[in-house]
Design a protein around this ligand. Structure first.
Ligand SMILES: [Zn+2]
Length: 440
């Protein structure tokens, strides 16, 4: 009942929001340059980040918020999918290790590194994350295979050999199978973790290559960091009592308007719309995305449909726990970079005075993104302006393609209704800006 009452009024606005998210994704997947800044993390924030990394298997995204209190450690964890038995068992094992280590703390890292429970942690982590690790390894192998003669690859291979890794089979790229992994993976993650530490600032290395090394080394790095915290005296009491809460995923079904209906708001002239659609369908990437969102590129684009949405892991923690605060800063560690809409929503909360830090963003738009219940209508209103701009600039890209590929050619004075329409919106905006300034 409550749900229906809440939805009754803003229904059309919400449909517009969700419909435009889908259209924006179809015409423009990445909205802007991804941010490259790395945030400086405190030790406990880094700890949450490590937990998020080792809890994310396959394609899942995991978010973690951890608070060290005088007498305990409180941890919230959420992820995009349902929690399975094997997930909870794995988490219990990690929790048990933290407790065990803290019981015997303080100790040196060398002492910790001789313990059987620490070996078991590394084993569990690599097995649990094996598919993701294989995928990351493949990207690195491709780098090596395609650039064998370059000096950075040669230096990396020499380092691997000195770490007793057989580099002859680095050409074999196997699909991730989820099967038990071999010693090679253990050696590789450990070697990459070390190599990255000493070479991350080397400007002569391609950033992409360094990024791939970093990602393979993540698993060894996370396990090292976790052990390094749990062995310390200062975490002895909090880690002896871990209050861990797993959040259920929040899923919903959302009706949306057809792709055609939304696009026609931007391109009202039938002929121009047809040209635009033809160009979209000619582009393989766009066609794939339309298929993914609308289940087809035929009549499906003309029909209203139900979109299956879910609350992204970081927003689930932010809006379904008690952590949202205007006094204390809260850090949410996410196993993947924050998406465009999550970043916008968090920015919106900050504008309301809430103090939140999350990992950096990658500016991608996802069509299954769900609005949190808090401020949903107010945020949707703000986001709609941004979505309009994203869609317009996406349309503009295709319009340029039309202009180029148009066999009639095009002179400066020929009429292009689509481009004029987009340009006019800018004029309106500019005019409005002047008006606003003059009122100041
Ligand atoms: Zn997101």
């Amino acid at each position: 009942m409550a749900k229906r009452a809440k939805r009754a009024k803003p229904m059309s606005e919400l449909i517009e929001f969700y419909s435009k998210v889908c259209v924006a994704r179809s015409v423009k997947f990445v909205t802007d340059e991804a941010s490259k800044e790395e945030i400086n993390l405190s030790e406990s924030d880094q700890f949450s980040y490590n937990l998020a990394t080792i809890l994310a298997r396959d394609n899942e995204v995991v978010a973690v918020n951890l608070k060290i209190l005088p007498d305990k450690c409180r941890i919230y964890i959420s992820k995009s999918n349902k929690w399975l038995n094997k997930d909870t068992k794995y988490i219990e094992e990690i929790q048990a290790l933290m407790k065990n280590l803290s019981k015997d703390a303080p100790m040196t890292f060398e002492q910790a590194a001789e313990r059987k429970d620490v070996f078991a942690l590394f084993y569990n982590v690599l097995e649990y994350c094996s598919v993701k690790l294989e995928r990351r390894l493949n990207k690195l192998k491709k780098d090596i295979k395609n650039n064998k003669d370059q000096s950075h690859i040669k230096s990396f291979l020499e380092f691997l050999e000195s770490s007793e890794i057989n580099v002859d089979n680095l050409d074999e790229i196997n699909e991730p199978s989820g099967k038990e992994i071999s010693k090679f993976e253990y050696l590789m993650t450990t070697a990459c973790c070390e190599y990255y530490k000493y070479n991350k600032k080397n400007k002569s290395y391609p950033q992409r290559f360094l990024g791939h090394i970093k990602k393979v080394g993540f698993y060894a790095a996370s396990v090292m960091d976790i052990i390094n915290c749990a062995r310390k005296d200062k975490y002895k009491i909090p880690f002896s009592c871990i209050d861990l809460r797993l959040l259920d995923p929040v899923l919903d079904e959302q009706p949306i308007s057809s792709w055609t209906d939304i696009i026609k708001k931007y391109i009202p002239i039938q002929k121009s719309f047809k040209n635009f659609k033809t160009n979209c369908l000619k582009n393989k990437e766009t066609r794939d995305r339309l298929n993914e969102i609308y289940d087809g590129t035929g009549g499906q684009l003309d029909c209203e449909r139900i979109n299956y949405i879910y609350l992204h892991a970081e927003l689930n923690i932010l809006t379904n726990t008690d952590i949202l605060s205007k006094e204390h800063n809260e850090f949410i560690a996410v196993s993947k970079k924050c998406c465009y809409l999550c970043e916008s929503y968090i920015e919106f909360l900050r504008s309301k005075g809430y103090k939140i830090t999350v990992s950096e963003g990658h500016k991608k738009l996802y069509h299954k993104w769900k609005l949190p219940d808090i401020y949903s209508s107010e945020f949707a209103k703000c986001a709609l302006c941004d979505l309009d701009q994203i869609i317009e600039s996406g349309i503009e890209q295709y319009t340029k393609i039309i202009a180029k590929s148009d066999s009639d050619g095009e002179s400066a004075d020929s009429d292009n209704p689509i481009r004029n329409h987009v340009a006019m919106k800018k004029v309106t905006e500019g005019a409005f800006q002047i008006k606003t300034n003059s009122n100041l």
